[in-house]
Design a binder for this molecule. Sequence first.
Ligand SMILES: O=C(O)c1cccc(O)c1O
Ligand SMILES: [Fe+2]
Length: 289
Amino acid sequence: MIDLHDIRYVRLGTRDLDGAVRYAHDILGLAEGGRSGNAKNGQTVYLRSDTRDHTLVYHDGDPRDHTVGFDLREGVALDAAAAELERLGHPVHRGSDAECAQRRVDAFIQFRDPSGNRIELLAPTPQAGRPFAPTRPVANTGFSHVGLRSTDPVRDEAFWTGVLSAKVSDRIGAAPLLRIDAVHHKIALFPSAFAGVQHINHQVASIDDIMQSWYFLQERGVRTVFGPGRHPTSGAMFLYFEGPDGMVYEYSSGVSQITDPAHRPRQFPFEPASFCMWGARPDIPEFRR
Ligand SMILES: O=C(O)c1cccc(O)c1O
Ligand SMILES: [Fe+2]
């Protein structure tokens, strides 16, 4: 069992780096935390949402190219994790010096989950000393979770909970909401015909930020795809909206914590009321039948 500590970053390719970075800054309120590379070989831009060095990365590349990076718990060796994955038949790539520099880590390993989602495991990484200041007044208080596409959620749940240390908090139909610490979920697996990141969640402080963001996004012509609403599963109030390259971004507030070691996953039917207890209808294919 490979003990995950937290998500460290989501890396996304884009053909319009300037546009994606502008969106991250102006709409999401993320702060640029530096760049690497060059115009010839491709640039990488690191974006901050909280005390972490960076949590979102856009780089020149294929917009279908998505990677999620996780910190391991202190004391969990990358070599041991790589050996474990290989023993179980999951090929592992060890990050080269250039790839480590691109990720601003000392070492990492890369593999794919059974659907083909690219996952990286990082040696424990330090927090940034520099404080984070949001770049718009009402904005996120930190990156929190990802929805991943799954071509077989039952198979992938077994991988995430058996090989990695995720635990099921709730299920909506076959889609598990998975926690790796007390927060209700950091990963969710949604049925899809292909692999990739399905949505990216940042937290905001309160319902005021959800509603102010709704009007803020409307004024700027950003398409809302679900909400405002409230998830019966985590209890969080939410708003989903469209980002660069069709990526779905979510703001939510009030996610529950699960501290009871005897917690048993609840099963919700795959229907709109399981996604929103207020009655909002998702315009997100993976949340609809
Ligand atoms: O927060 C949740 O419970 C939740 C449920 C369904 C889909 C999501 O994206 C969620 O964040
Ligand atoms: Fe979510």
